[in-house]
Design a binder for this molecule. Structure first.
Ligand SMILES: Cc1cc2nc3c(=O)[nH]c(=O)nc-3n(C[C@H](O)[C@H](O)[C@H](O)COP(=O)(O)O)c2cc1C
Length: 351
């Protein structure tokens, strides 16, 4: 029996945001037991020039202010993404804004980029600078900003020097107007400016630039995004953020809350987007697959659809951090059974 078998049910009795806050505090205090580290040559992978000990990462939104990246790496994740971070601190939307959809193993959130701001996060990250472990930085824009690109540029100037990779997040559903930045012209302009800023901020070795996209894109949107990714030299895609759709299969009481849906009910939709983008880009641009990963099958499906790396968040709410170990052990077996020497060999196998 793990500690989480005892603590998990207690946390799930609480309001979801209170439980999250307590979890972050426990991680900061160092009272969360580390998970057994799963290391295996087949799990090691090099993507956009970075060496990952395993392909399973912590998705953005769990550690918005980069308070516990090392504690989460100690939970077995191969990498951690902090954020989304906006230039100025902001409170986000009024509570309640985080809802468990228990019977669906889903989550709905309308947090609205609550975070302490880029300067505070830069101070935190400067303290861990030089430690091993891959920590990516996910950037957003402040709610009231009119020149969105300027916010991402500010984020780059303050944070890129600490980032193993930088994510431009234009896909959260809880900031008005944000997802419109996924359109062809605005996206091209935005990414060109961010690219320039990255080269100014870290001229010797600018970190890779990734774009995080929504699952609710039309086929035309996907074609446009693929074209922009190619023309602007983006190094990777993260697919996907939460969905504003509500599958008919949902049964939980909170299913009609406004916000983005994540967890199990998102799994197939986001795998479809991973596959579509992999095909549109002919496998030339690495994809981080995220959305509804809750066991080894859903993790492996993302990889076979075209994901070089994967991330998760919501399933941890239901299963605790031991899920990472279970997925890694399962992946080793799946790769072996299918005759793949490494995870990289399985990427896009279904396409
Ligand atoms: C409470 C919560 C907050 C989130 N905040 C962010 C965020 O700030 N930036 C971001 O890019 N994605 C955010 N996400 C989306 C996740 O990173 C991920 O893309 C999505 O939840 C799908 O993965 P999952 O089904 O494993 O949770 C958030 C998700 C949740 C549940």
């Amino acid at each position: 029996m793990s500690v989480y078998d005892l603590v998990g049910p207690l946390l799930r009795c609480m309001d979801a945001e209170t439980a999250h806050g307590l979890t972050i505090r426990a991680l900061k205090w160092g009272i969360v037991p580390h998970q057994r580290v799963v290391r295996h040559p087949s799990l090691e992978t090099t993507v956009f020039g970075r060496n990952f000990p395993n392909p399973v990462g912590l998705a953005a939104g769990f550690d918005k202010d980069a308070e516990v990246p090392d504690a989460m790496l100690a939970q077995g994740f191969g990498f951690v993404e902090a954020g989304s971070i906006t230039p100025l601190a902001q409170p986000g939307n009024p509570t309640p804004r985080l809802f468990r959809l228990k019977s669906d193993e889903g989550v709905i959130n309308r947090m609205g980029f609550n975070n302490k701001g880029a300067e505070a996060v830069a101070r935190k990250l400067s303290m861990r600078h030089g430690r091993p472990g891959i920590v990516g930085i996910n950037l957003g824009k402040n709610k009231d900003t009119t020149d969105a690109a300027e916010d991402y540029v500010k984020g780059v100037h303050l944070l890129a020097q600490y980032a193993a990779y930088v994510v431009v997040n234009v896909s959260s559903p809880n900031t008005p107007g944000l997802r419109a930045l996924q359109g062809r012209e605005p996206l091209e302009r935005l990414l060109s400016r961010v690219h320039t800023a990255l080269n100014e901020a870290v001229p010797s070795s600018p970190p890779p630039l990734l774009l995080k996209i929504a699952p609710d894109l039309t086929d035309d949107d996907k074609v446009d995004i693929a074209a922009v990714v190619k023309s602007t030299g983006v190094n990777g895609l993260i697919a996907t953020n939460t969905t504003i759709t509500r599958p008919d299969t949902l049964t939980s009481r909170g299913k009609n809350e406004v916000g983005g849906l994540s967890g199990k009910p998102l799994a197939d939709l986001s795998t479809q987007v991973v596959g579509d983008m992999y095909q549109l880009l002919n496998g030339t641009v690495p994809i981080i697959g995220v959305g509804g990963i809750h066991d080894v099958d859903s993790a492996y499906a993302k990889i076979r659809a075209g994901a070089s790396l994967i991330q998760l968040y919501s399933a941890m709410v239901y299963q605790g951090p031991a899920l990472v170990t279970r997925i890694l052990e399962g992946l080793i077996k799946r790769l072996q059974a299918d005759g793949f020497d490494t995870v990289a060999d399985a990427v896009g196998a279904d396409r």
